[in-house]
Design a protein around this ligand. Structure first.
Ligand code: BJW
Length: 244
């Protein structure tokens, strides 16, 4: 690796948490295997049957709360800590494994499982406990208006102003463990490329938008990412030594 990057932007998807034992969405044993997407992951579903949607996400909480970061999450945290340039993570995941690994600059564009948002006042309630249609908002004190802070199909993504700024600024864009089918996240690579970034894909296999990447590293990211991060850090160290 002979280039020194100043702004690295990492987009992660469910595949980065697969080696922590968490199901992905679209693989054979995927998260939605026993559920219809339109029953649990759309804003219409929530409006139609909030009890059912709350129950689906409440059921997931204990597993996600207990999950431990794997070597891919740890490698990204190490990169943020030790790399001379800036490193930001934009994650589609609702788990908190990047934070558990020690990453600080993490943007959850599809929300977080351990949060609920009040549809009356916008207040975020942070909790690993179950939230339901009786839950009272701690801010406006109205009951029955809390929604899991998860971005459903048909809803706007979170932190998009920040993400647009990061996409313009980055000179290396890395995508890890995402199938590249859900927009607008699947289009971030195109935006980064348009603004001049080098683009790398880490996945088990080619994602739907793989033609937009300059480099492809196929294999389990728990193995490929630590090797990539070590190489990046080593090359930065050598450049510093040689005063390049
Ligand atoms: C490994 C690995 C290992 C495994 N190592 N790799 C433009 C064009 C077409 C449609 C649209 C568009 N713009 C908007 C839309 C509509 C829609 C959309 O994209 N639909 C498509 C599906 C067609 N998007 C939206 O509605 C978004 N909102 C929006 O755009 O608002 C404005 C708007 C609305 C309506 C119309 C137009 C504009 C919101 C999207 C919200 C997504 N939310 C979800 C989950 C919700 C609930 C839940 O958690 O249950 O977020 S969907 C789901 O998919 C979840 C994920 O974050 C997301 C992405 O999945 P991800 O992470 O890629 O997982 P997988 O399973 O698909 O892939 C895993 C990958 O890992 C695989 O490739 C494996 O190979 C790999 N892997 N193990 C490396 N060890």
């Amino acid at each position: 690796m002979n280039k020194q990057y100043k702004h690295i932007l990492v987009l992660t998807g469910a595949g980065v948490s697969a080696e922590s034992g968490l199901a992905t969405f679209r693989d054979a044993e995927g998260l939605w295997n026993n559920h219809k997407v339109e029953d649990v992951a759309t804003i219409d579903a929530f409006e139609r049957n909030p009890e059912y949607v709350h129950a689906f996400y409440n059921e997931m909480k204990p597993e996600l709360s207990a999950a431990k970061p794997n070597s891919a999450h740890l490698a990204l945290a190490k990169l943020e800590k030790e790399y001379t340039g800036e490193v930001n993570i934009v994650t589609q995941n609702v788990d908190t494994l990047h934070e558990k690994a020690g990453s600080r600059k993490v943007y959850h564009i599809h929300g977080q499982i351990n949060q609920a948002v009040c549809l009356n006042c916008g207040q975020i309630l942070e909790t690993w406990d179950a939230v339901d249609t009786q839950t009272v908002c701690p801010h406006c004190h109205i009951a029955g208006m809390m929604k899991p802070n998860i971005v459903f199909f048909g809803e706007s993504l979170l932190y998009m102003n920040e993400v647009e700024r990061l996409l313009k600024a980055c000179d290396l864009f890395i995508s890890v463990g995402t199938s590249g089918v859900v927009y607008p996240a699947a289009g971030f690579v195109q935006a980064a490329k348009y603004h001049g970034a080098e683009t790398w894909e880490f996945n088990l296999e080619a994602g739907a938008n793989n033609y937009l990447f300059d480099k492809h590293i196929y294999g389990k990211c728990g193995t490929t990412l630590p090797a990539f991060v070590d190489e990046l850090l080593k090359s930065a160290e050598e450049k510093e030594k040689n005063n390049d």
